[in-house]
Design a protein around this ligand. Structure first.
Ligand SMILES: Cc1ncc(COP(=O)(O)O)c(C=O)c1O
Length: 738
């Protein structure tokens, strides 16, 4: 016979210090339930516990239920309602030879109680999947132990489960758990004394029970809502009333669902079907409403028997009910793609909640078929527009001929690409890589080696100057020279040899240059910082200064290059030919990562075979796409188009009169609208744009960027400006603080 004390403070009950929602020192679980508002409770991760036992019933089919439900489906379904859910233990009975069933079940309940209590203490919401309903003696004991305060319980069941060993006709434990939890086990069951008070318990949906059970619950004062009453009053009003009862004077409430409460038409997969039950979907919707009012602290769903199921209808219903209850009523609102990504992706991005499925030109479509104007262009990587036919031809044609060879051999595509790239940019040589940060790293290596081998800087002393507010990518070396605390925090130590100067400040650069300075790395416009345009003449003056002091000027045009600002390179606006040039993003035609470092002859000459490389850099597929990208850019005169439409965009943005706008900045089709931080967040504005069919992304919380594909039309520019005007007006007229 199990004793309550056995699981009161087991070792595994200790809070898990590593868990995000672990209890603070001095707090107990009761504080946790009380302290957490409904929204915070909903955000708790879910730990799924299975009880693979049908020992409490006549047929043991339910023992296979939890294992059938195990797998990513249920986790994904919960992910759809924004929850992080993961399977914990799947508990199996471990009978000793000739051990009485009651003893085996009670030991199993002890283990379950321990697991449940530990989950609560570690900040999880337990979802217990039975097995037969005898497992409730473990689940709710565990909850009571963790709470150390009264808890309420909605017992949703076709049966009353309120037999005692003395009144039971069959002696089966799955007919007794509620009585046991109320302290009516007569000392012979797995619960030694009451863990639930009768006034905190409501039974909903009962329609098959013996008079002794009804008499016991009535004598104790448990409110029973039989099916007849539900048919008369409606499920939602009944559940609302029951919820109020189980919450009154408790630290929180749980829900125990025996699937046989549902009509066998909707839940055939149960061992004791009872006709005339609740409809599955109606129950799910009513429970979602209950959860919206107050999130449960634990949920138990039992008696799933996969052997009787039809087409997995009952398994799907289990998922639906769990999501309805645990998702705080948000059930079904989150697309599956978002749920899966949230579940399986590292959380290093925070995407807007739409799922894009198609792109063409300046337009994108989401999975609901809604069309958006793309004013983001994948951070300027899609300058030619989505699915440009010439780029697709080049891509598909080359992919079916030869895609990847490595640089261990020559291929027939790279030379033409590099030749064209050098000719159009006026540089001598190019080193092809894949992503922007690789090209920046290549530039840094080239600059250092040039300093040692050409300029004569003592070994190990070369210094590179970059600008405050820069963004050159996310490698360790590159974030090491960032002035943005978040990009650096937690990733040190960083390589030495970098120093920062204020952007746009020529005198500061002059002061910073010393005999060991190898290079000055600069973006002609600081895109990620919030489209920050330096004073006119800055770049040209930097170029002159660098030449005088024998310092390389390296322009990072990953974002500004290839037409974006209204000339092929942003450097062209000031007649600057840099010593090193970094290109990326748009070079891949919107379909592939293609980047390159280009430089003067004597700079690139520092690289010898083996010094540097990249498996995929310069592959024939990338070269074919890169070459065709340059052809399209020039033949369609996209830099000119960016200049013309960019002027229209900037004029339109500047014509908006709104106290929310602090400044409009930009060049060509790269514009930023800085929002007054005290009045609204850029994210709020971006959401307003999205609601009006325009996609963008804020940067640094205060700037909304406008960087459409260069193939965009004038009317579409006007449409986006109108959308911004309307979004700002809406915020101004409503709640302007966000
Ligand atoms: C100026 C600049 N340099 C480098 C990078 C890094 O490019 P990637 O993300 O392809 O590594 C970016 C990316 O936004 C950039 O804007």
């Amino acid at each position: 016979m199990a004793k309550l004390g056995r699981f009161a403070h087991p070792a595994t009950d200790r809070p898990n210090a590593g868990t995000r929602l672990a209890l603070k020192r001095g707090m107990n679980a009761r504080d946790l339930f009380h302290a957490a508002p409904a929204a915070a409770q909903q955000a708790r991760p879910v730990r799924i516990l299975g009880v693979a036992s049908g020992l409490g019933a006549e047929h043991s089919g339910t023992a296979d239920g939890p294992a059938r439900l195990r797998g990513e489906r249920l986790e994904s379904r919960l992910g759809q309602v924004g929850l992080t859910a993961a399977w914990g233990e799947l508990l199996y009975p471990d009978p000793a030879p000739d051990e009485p069933v009651t003893e085996v079940v009670c030991r199993l309940c002890d283990r379950l109680a321990t697991e449940v209590a530990a989950a609560v203490r570690a900040g999880f919401t337990p979802l217990v999947l039975g097995g037969d309903h005898s497992c409730a003696m473990g689940t709710w004991r565990g909850i009571a132990a963790a709470a150390r305060a009264p808890v309420g319980l909605l017992w949703i069941d076709a049966h009353l489960d309120a037999h005692t060993p003395q009144t039971s006709h069959t002696g089966r434990l799955h007919g007794m758990p509620l009585a046991a939890l109320l302290g009516q086990g007569g000392g012979t069951l797995c619960v030694e004394r009451a863990v639930l008070a009768p006034e905190h318990v409501c039974v909903v949906g009962a329609r098959s029970f013996e008079p002794e059970e009804a008499a016991l619950l009535a004598a104790l004062g448990v409110r029973v809502y039989p099916m007849a009453e539900i048919d008369r009053r409606g499920l939602e009003p009944v559940l609302r009333e029951a919820l109020a009862r189980v919450r009154r004077g408790t630290a929180g409430y749980g829900v125990s669902i025996d699937l046989d409460v549902v009509d066998p038409a909707d839940a055939p997969g149960v061992t004791t079907p009872v006709a005339g039950g609740l409809r599955g979907e109606a129950l799910a919707q009513a429970l979602a409403a209950v959860a919206r009012a107050a999130a449960p602290i634990a949920v138990e769903i039992v008696e799933y028997d996969p052997h009787c199921d039809r087409g997995e209808a009952t398994a799907r219903l289990v998922e639906r009910l769990a999501a309805a209850l645990l998702g705080g009523g948000d059930e079904g609102r989150t697309p599956l793609a978002i749920a899966l990504e949230r579940r399986y992706s590292a959380a290093n991005y925070d995407p807007a909640p739409i799922v894009l499925v198609r792109g063409e030109g300046a337009y994108l479509w989401d999975e609901t078929g809604r069309r958006y104007l793309d004013f983001m262009s994948a951070y300027s990587a899609v300058s030619l527009g989505h699915a440009h036919p010439r780029i697709l031809n080049a891509l598909i044609g080359q992919a079916s001929r030869l895609a990847v060879t490595s640089r261990a051999f020559y291929n027939d595509r790279l030379p033409a690409f590099l030749a064209r790239l050098c000719r159009v940019t006026g540089m001598d040589r190019a080193l092809p890589v894949n992503t922007g940060l690789e090209a920046v790293e290549t530039a840094l290596k080239a600059a250092r080696k040039w300093a040692y081998t050409v300029k004569g800087v003592p070994d190990g002393c070369a210094e590179i100057i970059a600008c405050e507010g820069n963004f050159h990518g996310r490698s360790i070396a590159i974030v090491g020279m960032s002035s943005e605390p978040q990009y650096r925090a937690g990733f040190g130590p960083f390589p030495p040899g970098f120093r920062l100067v204020p952007y746009g400040d020529l005198a500061a650069l002059e002061r910073a240059i010393g005999p060991h300075t190898a290079a000055f790395l600069v973006e002609p416009i600081q895109g990620e910082r919030g489209i920050v345009v330096p004073p006119a003449g800055y770049l040209a003056a930097c170029a002159r200064l660098c030449r005088e002091r024998n310092v390389l000027l390296i322009a990072d045009e990953v974002q500004t290059g290839l037409g974006r600002t209204g000339s092929l390179l942003a450097c062209d606006h000031e007649g600057v030919r840099p010593d090193g040039l970094v290109l990326g993003k748009a070079l891949g035609g919107g379909v592939l990562p293609v980047s390159a470092f280009l430089a003067r002859e004597d700079v690139m000459a520092v690289f010898r075979p083996g010094d540097h490389g990249s498996t995929f850099g310069g592959n024939p597929l990338a070269a074919a796409v890169g070459l065709e990208t340059l052809n399209v850019l020039l033949e369609e005169r996209l830099p000119d188009r960016a200049a013309e439409l960019g002027a229209r965009l900037l004029a339109g943005l500047r014509s908006i009169r709104s106290r929310l706008v602090r400044e409009v900045r930009g060049k060509g089709l790269l514009a930023g609208v800085e929002i007054e931080p005290g009045l609204a967040s850029a994210r709020r504005v971006v959401e307003g744009l999205r609601a009006r069919g325009v996609l963008s992304k804020e940067t640094h919380g205060t700037v909304v960027r406008f960087a459409p594909p260069l193939v965009i039309e004038a009317a579409e520019i006007d449409q986006a400006v109108a959308a911004l005007r309307a979004a700002l007006e809406e915020i101004e007229n409503g709640n302007v603080t966000s």
